[in-house]
Design a protein around this ligand. Structure first.
Ligand code: NAP
Length: 219
């Protein structure tokens, strides 16, 4: 079988590192997007808020591997303890630029190659906190609004790319123990399971969906 190439954003730690490990464990060539440092040959400098950084990272992968088959939009930040009526909108804007526009920038950079190859898997790391159906608490408003928007982007990209061989889905990893959620009960490898599954879907697999634990989740 052909060897696939994947790019995982925010892969230096947390869930992104676990997703990268999970994909590498399946024999996929994994590029780990990192903002700074990066010790291995397949670490690629990538700040999703910086258009030039996104363009340069994808160009480097295309130069070396000639393809990006899989994109996992994992990089994300939260606005933590804000409340909607008093939220600092400069903070919310930074969250939006990272979680929504960052994923959008990366998708735009890889979609043309995926469409011409007739194969692609894009996984947007969403959150149960972004489900409108479950949005009954006023916590982390910048984060929640951004993850709801990321779900919308997932639907729109999936609609545009239907029939091209490019599948676009969103994943909630569950509550995962990382720097973002140090007291969470789920380990990163368990949180990575659904994203890795979506990143390696067979042809004809679902697109435009939102999944947790490999099951559809309410929008
Ligand atoms: N943990 C949970 O319970 C949970 C639940 C649902 C969804 N998620 C989602 O899972 C994803 C990963 O979160 P995590 O829990 O692993 O959090 P984390 O440990 O805080 O990791 C966040 C990652 O995003 C990277 N990042 C932040 N801003 C970036 C930027 N502008 N450009 C590139 N990379 C950037 C960070 O890189 P630096 O090291 O350079 O800051 C880091 O690698 C996020 O999208 C988060 O919303 C997490």
């Amino acid at each position: 079988m052909e060897q696939r190439t994947a790019l995982v954003t925010g892969a230096n730690r947390g869930l992104g590192a676990a997703i990268a490990d999970g994909l590498a464990g399946q024999g996929i060539r994994v590029w780990r997007g990192v903002r700074e440092g990066g010790g291995t040959a397949r670490d690629v400098r990538l700040d999703v808020r910086d258009e030039d950084s996104v363009t340069a990272a994808v160009r480097r992968i295309l130069d070396e591997d000639g393809r990006v088959d899989i994109l996992v939009n994992n990089a994300g930040i939260t606005d933590g303890k804000q409340a909607p009526a008093t939220a600092d909108l400069a903070v919310a804007a930074r969250v939006w630029d990272t979680n929504v526009l960052g994923a959008w920038r990366c998708a735009q950079a890889v979609v043309p190659g995926m469409v011409s190859a007739g194969y692609g898997r894009i996984v947007n790391i969403g959150s149960t906190l972004g489900s409108l159906a479950l949005m009954d608490r006023p916590t982390e408003p910048g984060y929640r609004v951004s993850k709801a928007a990321l779900n919308a982007l997932t639907r729109l990209l999936a609609a545009e790319l239907a029939g091209t061989g490019v599948l676009v889905n969103a994943a909630s990893p569950g509550w995962v123990r990382t720097d973002m959620s140090p007291s969470a009960t789920r380990g990163p490898a368990e949180g990575a399971d659904t994203p890795v599954w979506l990143a390696t879907l067979p042809d004809g697999g679902p697109t435009g969906g939102f999944f947790r634990d490999r099951e559809p989740l309410a929008w």
